[in-house]
Design a binder for this molecule. Sequence first.
Ligand code: SMG
Ligand code: MG
Length: 367
Amino acid sequence: MKVSAIELHRVALPLVRPFETSFGRQVARDVLLVRVRSNVGDGWGECVAMADPVYSSEYVEGCEAVIRDYLAPALLAAGDVTAKSVAGLLRFVIGHRMAKAAVETAVLDAQLRSEGVSFGQYFGAVNEAVDCGVSVGISDSIDELLDEVQLYVDAGYRRIKLKIKPGWDLEPVRAVRELIGETLLQVDANTAYTEADIEHLGRLDDFGLLLIEQPFVEDDIATHVTLANAIATPVCLDESILNAEVAIDAIQRGATSIVNIKAGCVGGYLEAVRIHDVCAELGVPVWCGGMLETGIGRAANVALAAMENFTLPGDTSASDRYFAEDLTEPFVLVDGRLSVPTGPGSGVEVREDLVAALSSRRVLTLR
Ligand code: SMG
Ligand code: MG
């Protein structure tokens, strides 16, 4: 295809309830959407960057700048483009994986819509629906946490993930374990701990957790190895997984025995499929992470999560867990699962009227 224009949309989308993690409390998403216009049709991609650089070095304004000043001009100057050629075209820019992922996904969506192929078919999905988990933020009290968890259990979620940080770990986990019985339970620290906490984290072994996600900073593989050797709970990397090569290295060093794959963080769905494949070869199960995506990003995540080695429930929750109104038709939980869209490309339609109504500034069109 030949890309003729790239539009950058910014949407202010309130969350139905605040989401607190070890790095802060979020009440809304500041969503950057990329629409690629081409001779074969249009495609959309959602950037997963948060408003501030507190989860990752990337953040919305930075992503917008790098797309506007570097990625979009490179794509517009290229001749014939396919989703497979995008990563190579953009390789001259170091890092900026969230920005690159949004651009590549928009190209992939346009390409597959024109070919009549769904994301699921393209990725090699083997399931028609995926098991869903839900990520539960840090609460003001254990009672409030239990109320929220109960809502999700009642809604049918197949796995609960609790956000933890020093001072909010053993007691909430103990209380939730008592509440939910055998239901699958895991925790996510978002890098809030240090090597000095290893003995303390070992106490989580009492609660039969599926895994502990990313206790230490993203560039510290070594301390994750030490922890994995010290505790029974499996260690799972998220922020550290930058690409397939890092995943292989971390697995071979014994830092992670389960991998959280976030396509929006590793440069796109093609890289996410590569990570899935190398993990499968190494016998390491994976699950699909989430970045509070709207239906646009969720559609692609659900298709990815339908691949064979995604054997654990993902952070692929229903639209109503995040937003009063989604930017696409809503994703609805049925028996703890979401259906994989079957239509061409992402298989969902962007509600352009809503995108325009919630827009926080004028659309930027690059040609
Ligand atoms: O999309 O349901 C979701 C959120 C899942 O907890 C989630 N994501 O580190 O795994 C993670 C976090 C990153 C985003 S927190 C704002
Ligand atoms: Mg995480």
